[in-house]
Ligand binder design. Structure first.
Ligand code: SF4
Ligand code: SF4
Ligand code: SF4
Length: 282
C-alpha cells in the first residue's frame, strides 16, 4: 500500500510540474518542473546528456519500470484513463502474453525511422518517439489552440513561433496523446507494452530486476481480482507469475488483493514466459 500511495501522489505531482514546465509561464513551480524535465531520459539523451539515462537505466535494472510508474507523463495519463475505464465502463483486463519479438521489431522500425530523420537533418522529429516530448508538444498545441480561440485568429507574432514543421509536430503530438489516452480507456497500457520504444528498452531491463512484484502462492485464493485490475495485463494467476518486463509498477494489484497475497519481493530469476496461449488462464 505504501508504494500505491507514493505512486499516486508522486505521479500526479510530476504530471502537474511537467505540465507547468511546458506552459509559457514563470514561477517557482514551473522552474522546478523544468528541472524535473531535465531528468527525462530520452529527452536528455537527445540533447547529449547521459546522466539521466544512466540513472534511469540503473533504477530499472534494480527495481523495474519505476520510470513508467511515476515519471512518464504519458504513462501517468494512461494509468488514469485505464482507471476511468475500469470504474465507469466496467472494462476488465485479462492476462495477455507479451509478444517480445513484435516489440523488438517495432523498436527496430523506430530506430530505422530515427536514422532517416537524422539523415535528412530533421533531428527534432526524434522527439516524436519520446513520450515526454510528445506530452510537452501536446501541451504546446493546446496552448496554441487556446490562444487562437481567444484572439479568434492566429495572434500577431504567433505564426513566427512555429515553423510549418514545428506546427505539424505539435499537432501530431496532440493527436497521438489523445489517441493513446482513448486506447488506454479500453485497453489499458497496451501502448506501453507494445509500441513505446522507451517502454521496450525499459522492459528489456526491467525483466532482470531482482526486486519485483510477486504473488505469494500460499496465500493466493485465485480470485483473479489483481489480474482484472492490472492495466498492463501482466498477471498470470494460475502460474502465480507476473511478467516483470511488462509490469508498470502501478501497485493496483497490491491495493486490490483481498488476501494481501501480492507484494514486492526478491527474485533472481528472469520472468518466466507466459503460457503458450494468450487470454485469461483457467
Ligand atoms: S512505456 Fe513509454 S509511454 Fe508507457 S510509461 Fe513507459 S515510457 Fe511512458
Ligand atoms: S487478488 Fe490476491 S488472492 Fe486474488 S488472485 Fe490476485 S494475488 Fe491471488
Ligand atoms: S502487476 Fe500489479 S503493479 Fe504490475 S502493472 Fe499489474 S497491477 Fe500494476
Amino acid at each position: 500500500m505504501f508504494w500505491y500511495r507514493f505512486r499516486s501522489i508522486v505521479s500526479w505531482a510530476v504530471l502537474l510540474l511537467l505540465t507547468l514546465a511546458a506552459l509559457p509561464i514563470g514561477g517557482t513551480l514551473a522552474g522546478f518542473g523544468r528541472r524535473l524535465a531535465g531528468c527525462q531520459p530520452l529527452d536528455a539523451a537527445l540533447h547529449g546528456s547521459l546522466t539521466a539515462v544512466v540513472v534511469w537505466l540503473g533504477i530499472t535494472l534494480l527495481l523495474g519500470r519505476v520510470y513508467c510508474s511515476i515519471f512518464c507523463p504519458l504513462g501517468i495519463i494512461q494509468e488514469y484513463m485505464a482507471h476511468l475505464g475500469r470504474k465507469h465502463l466496467g472494462t476488465s483486463r485479462r492476462h495477455t502474453r507479451e509478444c517480445l519479438a513484435l516489440r523488438i521489431e517495432i523498436l527496430a522500425c523506430f530506430a530505422a525511422l530515427g536514422a532517416v530523420f537524422v539523415f535528412f537533418g530533421r533531428k527534432e522529429w526524434l522527439g516524436a518517439f519520446d513520450p515526454y516530448t510528445l506530452y510537452t508538444k501536446a501541451v504546446e498545441a493546446v496552448v496554441l489552440l487556446a490562444k487562437t480561440a481567444f484572439h479568434r485568429q492566429l495572434p500577431s507574432g504567433l505564426a513566427g513561433d512555429f515553423c510549418a514543421a514545428g506546427l505539424i509536430l505539435v499537432f501530431f503530438s496532440l493527436a497521438l496523446t489523445i489517441a493513446v489516452s482513448i486506447l488506454a480507456l479500453f485497453k489499458g497500457r497496451i501502448f506501453c507494452n507494445t509500441v513505446c520504444p522507451l517502454g521496450t528498452i525499459l522492459s528489456l531491463l526491467g525483466r532482470l530486476a531482482p526486486v519485483r512484484i510477486r504473488i505469494k502462492r500460499a496465500e493466493c485464493v485465485n480470485c483473479r481480482r489483481c489480474a482484472s485490475h492490472c492495466a498492463a495485463a501482466c498477471i498470470h494467476v494460475r502460474e502465480k507469475k507476473i511478467e516483470a518486463g511488462c509490469c508498470t509498477l502501478c501497485a493496483n494489484c497490491l491495493k486490490d488483493c483481498p488476501k494481501n497475497a501480492i507484494g514486492f519481493g526478491l527474485s533472481l530469476r528472469s520472468a518466466q514466459p507466459a503460457e503458450k496461449q494468450s487470454g485469461e488462464q483457467k
